[in-house]
Design a protein around this ligand. Structure first.
Ligand SMILES: Cc1cc2nc3c(=O)[nH]c(=O)nc-3n(C[C@H](O)[C@H](O)[C@H](O)COP(=O)(O)OP(=O)(O)OC[C@H]3O[C@@H](n4cnc5c(N)ncnc54)[C@H](O)[C@@H]3O)c2cc1C
Ligand code: SF4
Length: 419
């Protein structure tokens, strides 16, 4: 990969606020007494409080509010579906347009780095319990941070070489730069949480722990049952994105790339392929664009890069001898419609499945393999949250559920008399 291509792939696509534009935006806030924006955040990030701080030039206070409530505040500022959460709830929607809460959050967290602010601290005296968190994705990181703040010793075990889960190995860096994820993870490390990488946990490894949190996410491929999925050049979205992140310098996405799906993950795959040098990239979605679950701004960004979008078609067969050469589609609603597109890569961004969780911990699972964990409690000393429980939602929901599981763990340990 040339330096130019690499720079394009890793450069952040959307610019943030400057000091002046942040102050102007914060000045539009009505400082609502009932703060519907804060009620709209699953993780309790409390926009009303941090926007008030920005408005009164207390940027450190703003960063503290964000970090105390949401340890992954920098990442969430980039990838949260604000338009469906806090910004949708904002009182200014009824007047003109909502406050740009996500961009203000990004501004506050960026200042933390500019001024080298240390925002969170954990108690020096540790409680006598050893806690393991399996996986270093958003759910585990949020859970580990809450436990550390309450004085517990926590070790996070991660099978990959770095922390972050989907933040590090999935979402494309043009949307979420690695430096932002690393800044969030540094906060968790700053609380004294230990990390062990390249460690794929099995149930037997956890016998001596006093409590265990499982936040392993969904990493199984979900390929359709059609001819040709075993050919070279066929990827699941998570494998494609992970390869692009891991093999940065020698990953060839192919010249003609087709991405099947209509969510943010499909857009991430298409943008990744384009930024890594593919000549012709198309997204093919079975329903209409209006019905697609992906964010419209992201689709517009994809279009601006020259990525094509075809709707109403579903894959029927993949053609090729050893490697993919073309894909046949048939109409999703109009059964007579047929389409054949040549391709050397096809990526299925059609959801992920659960790996076998009973190998990781003695937990009960649903028919689809998700862990059953009401309020984060999955059995005896076991707790779980995030995608592996909710079937795949958002980062902020994983953070919220990780915090809830930590509260259940603390209640469990206190009941056991841990001091
Ligand atoms: C490509 C993509 C784009 C997305 N875009 C967005 C977005 O824009 N906005 C948004 O809000 N959400 C987005 N999501 C969803 C969001 O990323 C997830 O909901 C969130 O990451 C779930 O967090 P988690 O901690 O449950 O799991 P994950 O992030 O999947 O982390 C789980 C971690 O556990 C590790 N692990 C698994 N098994 C083991 C084991 N046995 N031992 C040790 N470690 C293990 C994995 O390697 C991984 O690091 C996206 C998802 C994908 C796949
Ligand atoms: S709802 Fe909107 S206007 Fe009201 S406090 Fe929150 S951001 Fe400000």
């Amino acid at each position: 990969m040339s330096k130019v291509v690499k720079a394009k792939y890793t450069a952040e696509a959307v610019a943030g606020f400057t000091h002046r534009t942040a102050m102007e935006e914060a000045a539009r806030c009505l400082l609502c007494h009932d703060a519907p924006c804060s009620q709209g955040c699953p993780a309790g990030t409390d926009p009303a409080k941090f926007i008030r701080s920005i408005r009164f030039r207390n940027v450190k206070g703003a960063a503290e509010t964000i970090r105390e409530n949401n340890i992954l505040g920098g990442s969430c500022a980039r990838v949260c579906p604000y338009d469906k959460l806090c910004e949708e709830a904002c009182s200014r929607c009824g007047i003109d347009k909502p406050i740009e809460i996500g961009k203000l959050q990004r501004y506050a967290v960026e200042q933390e780095k500019v001024f080298k602010m240390k925002t969170l601290e954990a108690p020096a005296k540790k409680k006598a319990a050893d806690i393991a968190c399996v996986g270093a994705g958003p759910a585990s990181l949020a859970c580990a941070a809450e436990l550390a703040k309450a004085g517990y010793k926590v070790t996070v075990f991660e099978k990959e070489a770095k922390a972050g889960g989907v933040l590090t190995y999935g979402i494309t860096p043009s949307r979420l730069p690695q430096a932002v994820v690393d800044q969030d993870i540094a906060q968790v490390k700053g609380l004294g949480v230990k990390f062990e990488f390249n460690k794929e946990v099995k149930a037997a490894d956890l016998a001596d722990c006093d409590a265990v949190f499982v936040g392993t996410g969904l990493w199984g491929a979900n390929l359709p049952k059609i001819e040709g999925t075993d050919l070279d050049g066929v990827y699941s979205a998570v494998d494609f994105l992970k390869n692009a992140r891991i093999k940065k310098d020698d990953f060839d996405p192919g010249r003609k790339v087709l991405v099947v799906g209509g969510g943010d993950v499909a857009v991430d795959c298409a943008v990744t392929a384009k930024l890594l040098g593919a000549d012709d990239v198309k997204i093919v979605y079975r329903r209409t664009l209006e019905e697609a679950p992906g964010n419209m701004t992201e689709f517009h960004y994809a279009l601006s890069l020259g990525i094509g979008i075809t709707t109403g078609m579903a894959p029927a067969a993949i053609k090729g001898s050893k490697k993919v050469s073309a894909v046949e589609f048939s109409g999703f609603r109009d059964k007579e419609a047929k389409l054949e597109l040549s391709a050397d890569t096809i990526v299925f961004a059609t959801g992920q499945t659960a790996e076998d969780m009973t190998e990781v911990a003695p937990v009960k699972v649903t028919e689809k393999g998700y862990i059953k964990a009401p309020k984060g409690k999955a059995g005896a000393k076991y707790f779980a949250a995030g995608d592996i429980v909710n079937g795949g939602k958002t980062v902020v929901e994983a953070v919220a559920a990780g915090k809830e599981a930590a509260a259940s763990m603390i209640a469990y340990l206190e009941k056991k008399g841990v001091k």
